[in-house]
Design a protein around this ligand. Structure first.
Ligand code: GDG
Length: 726
């Protein structure tokens, strides 16, 4: 039976060295709770760093044993690794870049090297725990390379990846020197999850522009597998916060705070110290409120909990200074003997105290400049047992996509934010209740358990679909069978597509001429009198003639329009065809060339092709869709057909395709062995036209293919063909 392995930078337990020896403190984080239901079951396990440095082996094996009993497996990291991989690459390169703070990003090769090495270390640790068919769920930005490393080692494994922080626009990703490796790393997964649709869109766009891999409804075909990308907004453990707020302990704290604050209204903010959280912006807005609405002086306080974090990184130290100074200035200016404008805590609180603060706050103020999701906003909602209170939420937190009943603000708009604070403080009770109840219903339903279940179900479904739709890999066993049938047959027919099959795609199609290796290979195949080798291509006959005409090959050109036998000197038309329509349609294509830099028209005898491989990676497919719909309109009720190929649209006579042409060859020759290899939709016609015993092979990873097998690349195609000539 397969088991499930969770992987994240940190384990859900913090191991600490104290005077009394080692302590094991379970983490209270939302992720740990949500995934608790998974990793604690059966043989499942959570792999991650236990949070301390270990220098002797006996301590290491003690910690390993203790954690093992709780279904955890530690990855021990050194001080240097934490400095370079965690504080360096993760928190000083990826964190600022992914949160749109490129000005804080550092680009240090040694940090990258450490990042690669630690991801490899995690890979080893996961492999030690897992078998070939296990389910592995990797979390967050510290482990972006891990999915791909795991895929290489365990091609059949089911791998999920979830990013907890934003995925930014490609314009930021492209700044990273290691962008290609990072994107490839993530693409090792079968299912990739983000908090919002916007992050997902940015990722798909980056993959398309950086790696040239398009997507269809969030599905990307990589050479090795199909990847699904989707949005899974993370939730919280709703009951945990609702119960904590209702607990006697929390209520005692509330009473205590209330007594100290008197009738003062409370605005609450809680976050880790981070430049992404908009802490200074929030203080400026509060200051603005007191300036614009003097009536609130003495009436409302901001309780601001800031949890110390990452104090090793320079920007965090200067942010701390800025916050200290702003708080000092506001308090110095407005404080009275009986009232403090800002109650500032630079430490963390135990849950019952936190719950008491949530439960009593009139306003929950969440103002990040960027935030993947922001769970504090949801926790505030879950804690309001009286259905009162107003949430003010930054439009740039992932949570804003769901919590539309909050007052959604732009955190840099100080005046508007001050106005929202005022609006929240004067909001009538019934409106507060209506908004709060709506948000509570949503946060309760889409809680962290629902999130975990949805992701795991989608992961299983993605894998199941891959397996049912995918063609079989032409692996060693299948190749051996193919070779045996090939050798046993007296007559063999090989139908070989050209571009994307015998040669890789070239940005300029006129420069994809056969290299010497290919010419020799084709020569050797045709030297065997038992073989009949047909190059079956969409290219025009003159190009095929020029590039390969000197070899005793048979040809099908223009997707079946022209045929030429190896002995023949002339090309023959498959059937009489018209081409006067080209005069009318060419100007339409020219309009699209004029509007799409890099695209161009190829004219063949009986077809017109619009190529967009060299156009902008995002614009090309958009224009192609537009042109396709335009052409479908013009060609309706004619005998023309518009064909979508690999970054091309081709207009041609209907009813003629590679398949119909291939069948003619078949009828004339009656081979005992048939092999057809091709890489795109036009080759599907060939696959479908052949009898079931034929070896039909699609290049690349394709779902919904009529081929029996797939093979990774033109390099592998050549390798296979070489095996036929020995
Ligand atoms: C990432 C993304 C995304 C805070 N102070 C105290 C305390 N906390 C708890 C909160 C909350 C958690 O810390 C913070 O949650 P966030 O959602 O703000 O962010 P992170 O976990 O840092 O980071 C973020 C999240 O992943 C999940 O995907 O939402 O966008 O950056 O749970 O309650 N808890 C206690 N005392 C405190 O003083 N007990």
């Amino acid at each position: 039976m397969s088991k499930t392995i969770i992987v994240s930078n940190r384990l859900p337990t913090k191991v600490q060295r104290t005077d009394d020896g080692l302590t094991f403190q379970p983490s209270e984080g939302g992720l740990a709770t949500g995934l608790g239901s998974i990793y604690r079951q059966g043989d499942n396990v959570w792999v991650g760093w236990p949070g301390l440095f270990v220098h002797d082996e006996s301590e290491e094996s003690f910690i390993t044993q203790e954690l093992h009993a709780d279904n955890m497996a530690p990855v021990f990291l050194t001080e240097d690794e934490i400095r370079d991989y965690y504080e360096g690459f993760s928190n000083s390169t990826l964190w600022p870049t992914f949160h749109y703070f490129t000005e804080f990003s550092t680009y240090v090769d040694e940090h990258w090297d450490a990042y690669v090495a630690v991801n490899e270390k995690f890979c080893k640790a996961v492999l030690a725990q897992s078998g070939p068919d296990d389910i592995i769920w990797v979390h967050d930005y510290q482990l972006l390379l891990l999915p791909e490393l795991l895929r290489r080692a365990r091609p059949r494994a089911t791998i999920g990846f979830f990013l907890h922080i934003p995925f930014p626009s490609y314009e930021l990703i492209r700044v990273l020197p290691w962008r290609t490796e990072l994107l490839r790393g993530i693409l090792g997964a079968d299912l990739i999850g983000f908090h919002t649709f916007g992050y997902m869109r940015h990722f798909l766009s980056a993959v398309s522009q950086q790696l040239g891999l398009p997507n269809q409804n969030g599905q990307i075909e990589t050479p090795s597998h199909t990847v699904r990308v989707d949005a899974f907004p993370m939730g919280i453990d709703y009951e945990r916060y609702a119960t904590a707020a209702a607990s006697e302990e929390a209520q005692a704290h509330t009473a205590e705070y209330r007594q100290a604050l008197g009738n003062t209204r409370v605005i609450l903010s809680i976050d880790r110290l981070d430049y992404t959280k908009g802490i200074p912006q929030r203080l400026r807005a509060f200051n603005e409120l007191l300036e614009r609405y003097p009536e609130w002086r003495g009436q409302v306080s901001l309780i601001m909990v800031v949890v110390p974090s990452r104090d090793q990184v320079a920007q965090y130290a200067s942010l701390k200074e800025e916050v200290d100074e702003l708080v000092g200035r506001i308090n110095a200016q407005y404080r009275t003997i009986s009232w403090s404008p800002v109650h500032y805590f630079y430490r963390s609180f135990p849950l019952p105290e936190l719950a008491a603060l949530y439960a009593m706050a009139d306003v929950g103020l969440v103002t990040p400049l960027r935030d993947g999701m922001n769970l504090v906003a949801k926790e505030y909602v879950a804690s309001r047992l009286d259905h009162r209170g107003v949430l003010i939420l930054s439009e740039r937190a992932g949570a804003a996509r769901e919590l539309s009943d909050a007052l959604i603000i732009n955190p840099t708009d100080t005046r508007a934010l001050a106005e929202s604070l005022h609006e929240a403080l004067v909001m009538p009770d019934d409106e507060q209740e209506r908004r709060m109840r709506n948000m509570q219903a949503l946060v309760q339903r889409y809680n962290v358990f629902a999130w975990t279940k949805l992701f795991m179900n989608q992961l299983a479904y993605t894998k199941m679909k891959q397996e049912t739709l995918a063609t079989a890999n032409l692996d060693e066993a299948a190749t051996a069978m193919l070779l045996a049938d090939y050798h046993a047959a007296e007559q063999r027919l090989l139908l070989l597509d050209y571009d994307g099959t015998l040669v890789p795609f070239h940005p300029d199609p006129t420069r994809a001429a056969p290299d010497q290796e290919l010419r020799l290979l084709l020569r050797a195949l045709t030297d065997n009198p038992q073989n009949r080798v047909v190059v079956i291509s969409g290219r025009d006959r003159n190009t095929l003639q020029k590039w390969l005409g000197h070899l005793p090959l048979h040809f099908i050109a223009e997707h079946g329009v022209w045929l030429r036998g190896a002995e023949a000197t002339e090309w023959e038309l498959f059937q009489p065809l018209r081409n006067d329509w080209k005069r009318e349609l060419r100007p339409v294509l020219e309009v699209y060339v004029a509007r799409t830099a890099g695209s161009f028209i190829e004219e063949k005898d009986y077809s017109l092709v619009w190529h967009y491989r060299r156009a902008d990676a995002e614009l090309g497919p958009v224009r192609a869709r537009e042109l396709l719909s335009h052409l479908s309109f013009i060609t309706a009720n004619t005998d023309l057909q518009v064909l979508e190929g690999n970054k091309v649209l081709e207009i041609k006579n209907a009813g003629i395709n590679k398949g119909t042409a291939a069948v003619r060859w078949l009828g004339q020759y009656e081979p005992g062995f048939m092999l057809a290899i091709g890489d795109d939709r036009t080759d599907e016609d060939t696959f479908r036209a052949l009898p079931p015993e034929a070896y039909t092979v699609r290049v690349g990873q394709a779902q919904h293919s009529a081929a029996r097998f797939h093979i990774a690349s033109p390099t592998d195609v050549r390798k296979l063909l070489r095996q036929l000539i020995v």
